[in-house]
Design a binder for this molecule. Structure first.
Ligand SMILES: [Zn+2]
Length: 263
């Protein structure tokens, strides 16, 4: 097993550990009730399906050809002459900007929204929501990010730090952690907090079409899409999900065909 594959497995295990940590240690949910629920079974089978789907389309179809496709990068000289810490920080900001822009486009281009809307299906947003995304969306996101990283010339160290932070942020950002309101007010201007991201899962898409950021709120603040959770009482118990008449259908088949359904 090469170093990159070992890193990926360790980060995925960290991601899974944190999902369980927030559910069972922080929120003290009953392990048996969760594990035997149809929601958990559907999400874990979707996760396994996604891994196989990604392994095939990314590992065998995309990556072998992509490696020979691009041999230039915009920031090559800049990175060669800059300090290591600076390189990692700039890389984090650039990848985060890419994720912000992609997420914004996913909400505003109808065909991409059909692929993304599954992630907004959850009325109970918690660590398990981290697993709820369509495999085709995952492959498209991976391919676009690979082009972005290659064209900009983001070094492997920058990508590695970003991947660690997102492995942590997925379960943490979808948890219902509520910081003290004064702390929340300051902290959510630096890093995205669970309550800031919860606004994005609001049933009312006027509110849901906001807070697209992944790690940092800067892009939302800069482009006017930030809605801070202490405004308009969103901070307490927002109504989450995608539609009021949405009936939870926790089956992998319904998840997979979701983009092809009318609404
Ligand atoms: Zn979204």
């Amino acid at each position: 097993m090469d170093f990159i594959s070992a890193q990926k497995i360790i980060l995925k295990l960290l991601n899974y550990f944190l999902v369980f940590f927030f559910l069972f240690i922080v929120y003290k949910k009953n392990i048996l009730n969760v594990i035997l629920s149809s929601r958990f079974l559907a999400y874990s089978s979707l996760e396994i399906f996604k891994k196989i789907f990604m392994l095939f389309f990314v590992g065998y179809v995309f990556t072998p050809y992509f490696n020979d496709l691009l041999n230039f990068s915009i920031l090559e000289n800049f990175y060669a002459n800059s300090h290591y810490v600076f390189i990692v920080l700039i890389s984090l900001l650039l990848i985060d900007f890419f994720q912000y822009a992609l997420h914004f486009i996913q909400h505003n281009v109808p065909v991409l929204w059909r692929l993304h809307r599954l992630h907004h299906f959850d009325k109970t947003v918690d660590g398990l929501t981290n697993f709820l995304s369509h495999p085709i969306e995952g492959v498209i996101g991976f391919i676009l990010l690979s082009f972005f990283i290659a064209i900009i010339g983001i070094p492997i160290e920058g990508l590695f730090v970003y991947t660690i932070l997102t492995a942590i942020h997925g379960p943490y950002g979808h948890s219902d952690i509520r910081f003290n309101e004064k702390f929340e007010k300051v902290f959510n201007k630096i890093f995205i907090t669970p309550q800031f991201h919860r606004v994005h899962h609001h049933l009312d898409m006027k509110r849901g079409n906001s807070n697209f950021g992944g790690l940092f709120p800067f892009w939302d603040m800069l482009f006017g899409t930030a809605v801070f959770p202490n405004k308009n009482k969103i901070f307490t118990n927002p109504t989450l999900g995608i539609s009021t008449d949405q009936k939870p259908n926790y089956s992998i088949l319904s998840f997979l065909i979701n983009p092809f359904k009318k609404s």
